[in-house]
Design a protein. Structure first.
Length: 340
C-alpha cells in the first residue's frame, strides 16, 4: 500500500469492513468508509472518526456513487443467514446491483477493485476441501439462494468486466471468519454460541453437530484481502481466504463452554435446508500467490472474541438490543453457515 492511496471500502462499518478500514489507515491510506448501516454500526468505526484520513459516508451500493479513489474493496452485503434472509430481494440487489455500480465506478476511475466473495459459492460441496476450480453445488431456488447466487453473479460480473473492459479485478472467496465486532444478532455459529454461553442459555446445535466448518480469525482474513489487493494485475483470483483446519460444530460448542466457564447445555434442533455438511478451503493458491496462511489458532481467537462479547453484554445500553431481529430473546434459530 502506497502512502496516500485513496481507498473506498463498501460495507466499511460492518464486522470485516471496520477491521479493514483500521488496517488500511495504519498502512497510511486515506479511507472512505461507505455503509447503509443495515448490519454495520457507527460504533464499529467510532475510534477512527477523528483520523483526518478517514471519512464515513452513509450510502447504499444499490445506487450509483461518485467519488475519486485508487482502490475499491467491495464488502457490502449482509453475510449471515438471519440478516440476508430478512429481505432476500434486497440481498440479491446488493450483490448484483452493488457489483455493477462499483465496477462502473472502477471502470471510470481505472481503479483496482476487489470483490469479497464467499465460500457459499461452493454450496453443499461434492468435493472436499474446496478448490477454486470447483464450480460448486448450489441450489438456485432455495432460502439461501439470494446470498449464494447473488455472490456467484457478482463474480461473473467481475470477470466479464475484466474480459470486456480490461478492469483490474481481484476476487476473494472468504470462508467463515470470526472475531471482535461480530454482530451479536447475526446468527452465525461462533457469535451465537458465545452469546448463549455468556447468558447461560442452551447452546443450540443444528443436526447432529458433526458437520464441519473452518474458522479464520478476522486479523488473518484482513491480511489475506490486503495481500490480494496488492498483487500484480494478472493475479485476479478467485482465491480462497480461510483456515483449512476443520472443526465439528460439537467441537466448537464444547470449546466455547469450556472457555467461558458456562453451565450451558447443548441442545439439538433440526438441520436447516441446504446447510452444508462440510466446509474447508484449499489454500494452496493463497500460499503460492500471496505468501499467506492463517496464524491464529482457534482457542486464542475464541478467547479474544469471548472477551469482546463479554464487554458488549456488560454494557447496559447494548445488552437490551441483543436479540433476534424478530424481537425474540436468545437463543436464536440460525443456520450454522455463512462466511465472514
Amino acid at each position: 500500500m502506497h502512502l496516500e492511496t485513496r481507498v473506498l471500502v463498501t460495507g466499511g462499518a460492518g464486522f470485516l469492513g471496520s477491521h479493514l478500514c483500521e488496517r488500511l489507515l495504519q498502512s497510511g491510506a486515506t479511507v472512505i468508509c461507505l455503509d447503509n448501516f443495515f448490519t454495520g454500526t457507527r460504533r464499529n468505526v467510532e475510534a477512527l472518526l477523528d483520523d483526518r484520513r478517514f471519512e464515513l459516508l452513509r450510502h447504499d451500493v444499490t445506487f450509483p456513487l461518485y467519488v475519486e479513489v485508487d482502490q475499491i474493496f467491495n464488502l457490502a452485503c449482509p453475510a449471515s443467514p438471519v440478516h440476508y434472509q430478512h429481505d432476500p430481494v434486497q440481498t440479491t440487489k446488493t450483490s448484483v446491483h452493488g457489483a455493477i455500480n462499483m465496477l462502473g465506478l472502477a471502470k471510470r476511475l481505472r481503479a483496482k477493485i476487489l470483490q469479497a466473495s464467499t465460500s457459499e459459492v461452493y454450496g453443499d460441496p461434492a468435493i472436499h476441501p474446496q478448490l477454486e476450480s470447483y464450480w460448486g453445488n448450489v441450489n438456485p431456488i432455495g432460502p439461501r439462494s439470494c446470498y449464494d447466487e447473488g455472490k456467484r453473479c457478482a463474480e461473473t460480473l467481475f470477470f466479464d468486466y475484466r474480459r470486456q473492459h480490461d478492469l483490474r479485478i481481484k476476487v476473494a472467496r472468504i470462508f467463515n471468519t470470526y472475531g471482535p465486532r461480530m454482530h451479536p444478532n447475526d446468527g452465525r455459529v461462533v457469535s451465537n454460541f458465545i452469546v448463549q454461553a455468556l447468558l447461560g442459555r442452551d447452546i443450540t446445535v443444528f443436526g447432529d453437530g458433526l458437520q464441519t466448518r473452518s474458522f479464520c480469525y478476522v486479523d488473518d482474513t484482513i491480511g489475506g484481502l490486503i495481500r490480494l489487493m496488492d498483487t500484480a494485475d494478472d493475479v485476479t483470483g478467485p482465491i480462497n481466504i480461510g483456515n483449512p483446519q476443520e472443526f465439528t460444530i460439537i467441537d466448537l460448542a464444547t470449546a466455547v463452554i469450556e472457555l467461558t466457564g458456562s453451565r450451558a447445555r447443548i441442545v439439538h434442533r433440526p438441520l436447516p435446508q441446504d446447510d452444508p455438511r462440510q466446509r474447508s478451503p484449499d489454500i494452496t493458491r493463497a500460499q503460492k500467490l500471496l505468501g499467506w496462511k492463517p496464524q491464529m489458532n482457534l482457542k486464542e481467537g475464541l478467547k479474544r472474541t469471548i472477551a469482546y462479547f463479554d464487554g458488549l453484554l456488560g454494557d447496559e445500553a447494548i445488552r437490551p438490543l441483543i436479540k433476534h431481529p424478530s424481537g425474540a430473546s436468545p437463543p436464536f434459530p440460525p443456520p450454522q453457515a455463512g462466511e465472514g
